[in-house]
Design a protein around this ligand. Sequence first.
Ligand code: F6R
Length: 612
Amino acid sequence: MCGIVGYIGNKPAYPILINGLKRLEYRGYDSAGISILNAESKIYKCRGKVNDLETHINGRNITGNIGIGHTRWATHGVPNDVNAHPHKSQNGHFTLIHNGIIENYSELRTELMDRGYEFKSETDTEVLVNLIEHLYIKTKTSAENAVRLALQRVIGAYGLVIIAKDEPDKLIAARKGSPLVIGVGNGEYFLASDATPIIEYTNKVIYLKDGEMAVLKRDNLDLSSIDNHKHTPSKVQTIDLDIGEIDKGEFEHFMLKEIFEQPKSIRDTFRGRISMEKHIISLGGLFEVMPRLVDAKRIIIVGCGTSWHAGLVGEYLLEEFARIPVEVEYGSEFRYRNPVILGDDIVIVISQSGETADSLAAIKMAKEAGALVLGICNVVGSSIPRETMGGVYTHAGPEIGVASTKAFTAQVTVLTMLAMWLGKKRRLLKEETYLKFITELQEIPDRIEDILKNNDQLKEIAAKYKDANNFLYLGRGYSFPVALEGALKLKEISYIHAEGYPAAEMKHGPIALIDKKMPVVFIAPKDDSYDKIVSNIQEVKSRGGIVIAVVNEGDKTIKGMADHVIEVPETNLALMPLLTVIPLQLLSYHIAIMRGCNVDQPRNLAKSVTVE
Ligand code: F6R
C-alpha cells in the first residue's frame, strides 16, 4: 500500500527513483511524486500513474544524487495533485514520503494549526512533516532527533523517508508496521518498500526492523530504535531475485504472465521439498516445531482475500488427510472479535505479501495467547515470516499483478504438502496412498500446461459474456473455495458483480437471481458430489440460466446440459483446486481486457494492504 523509494549516492537520482516507482506501482497507483535534493529541491507530483508523472516532469532538468519518490494508494484525502506525496513542511525544512496511517492526525493537526501551521492537503502525511518541523524549530535539535520526537507522538503505522534541507548529506527513514528495505551499494544506499526497485543495482539488503530508524549517508548507515537506542545493523542479506522475474517479458500484462507461469511456480514451490527416492516431503521451516504440529488439537488458519480462499482449501486438506480440526478466519475479523485461542493451538497465517496489516495483527494476538504461530508467505524477508515462529515460503516468485493468481496455487501447494506430511506423521495415510498422491502432485504442473492450451476457448467464452452484469460461481467440497476465488478474480479486475457460493446453498437464496442474462459458472469435477452438482446445473437450466461448467475431460453428462464446458484433466480430487482455478483466472482476465479494464492495476486496489 503506497510504494516508497529513496536514493543517496553518486549516481543521478531521478532515473533510479522513476524506475523504482514503476516497479512499485502495483502497491498503489492513484498519484505519484518525487523530490530531489538540489538547489531548488522542488517537488514534482501529480494525480495518476507513474507514466503521468514522467510526462509531467519530461523536459525538465532534474539533477541531484539524493532523492525520494512515492506512488500512492489514498487513505486520507482523495487522489489529486495536492494530496500526492512528497509533502514539504511549511517552512521548507523537511520533505516527507509516507506509507501507512497516522491515526491521531486530526488532534495533531489541530495542535499545529493553533501554532500557526496551515495545511494545503487533506493528508495525515502533511501533518507529520509539519510536526517534525515544529519540533525541530522548537527544540533546536538535529533533523533526526526532530523525526524521533515526532514519531514518539504518533499513533499509527508508517514506513517513511525524509529529506532535511539543513542536513543535505543524508536520508532519514523509519518504519512501524510498513515495510522498508535498504539496498547496500558501493558508496550508495537505496531504500524501498520492497526489493524490486533495488535489485537491478544491488542484491545486498538490510530489512529495517519494526520500530527502527535509519540515517543513511553515502558511506554510512546508522540504525537505532525510535526512542534512540543504538542498534547494530542487521546482517546484510543477499537476495536471490532475478530481474527477469519482475518484467512482463513477452506478455502484455503481469497477470497473464503470472497465470502462465504457474507450472513453473508450482514446481518451484515443491522443489527440494519432495523426494520420491526417500518417499518424503520435507518442509525445512517446520522441522523445529514438528512435534507440536503433529500433536495439534486444532489449527486456525488466518488470511485475507485470496489467501483466505487458499486457507479454505487447506481446511479441507488438513481435515481429510491429517484429521486435525481446522478453522479458517479472516485476519480482520479474528483480530477484533475476541476469539478463543488456546495455548496448544497452531495458528497458520497465509499471505502473499507477508505485510497484510490484519494478518500481522492476528499474529500478535495469537502469540500473546501462547499459540504456535506459523506463516505461509511468498515475499522472502517480509514482516510475517519475521514475526512467526516457523513456516514455509511459497517461492512463487514476485507477483506483480494486483489480482493474485500464482500465489494462490503456490499457497495451496504448500498446504497440500503440509496435509500429506502431517497425515503421514500421524500414521493416517497408507504408504501407497501417500506415494500416489505426491506423484500426482508433481504432475500438476504438466496438467496445468494442458489447461493453458485452452486459452483461446476461454477468450471465446469471455467475448460472449463480457457485458453481463452479474455472475454466479458454484462448487461443492474442494470446489467451493475455487468458486469463491473465481468470483473474486472476476469482480476485482472486470468490476462485474460476482458471487461464489456452495452449490447446494443456491436454493436457499441465490437461485432467485437466475435469469437468462446470468452466467453461472459451475466447478464440477467428477468428485463424490458430482451427481448432486448435476442436479444443481439442471435447476439453473430449468430457470433459463446460462451454464459455464469446468469439468473433467470426457464428461458427457454435463456437456449435454451446459452452454459451455471447459475441460481439465483428472487428478486426485484433493488436488483439483490447483487445476480448476486456472480457467477461472483466464476467464476473468479476458473479460476484463475486453471491457477495457486495467487488469494489473484495478481501480481502488493495491497489492499489499498494509492498513486496516
Ligand atoms: C485478490 C488479492 C487480495 C489478497 C489479499 C491478501 O486477488 O490479491 O485479496 O489476496 O489482499 O493479501 P496477502 O496474501 O498479501 O496477505
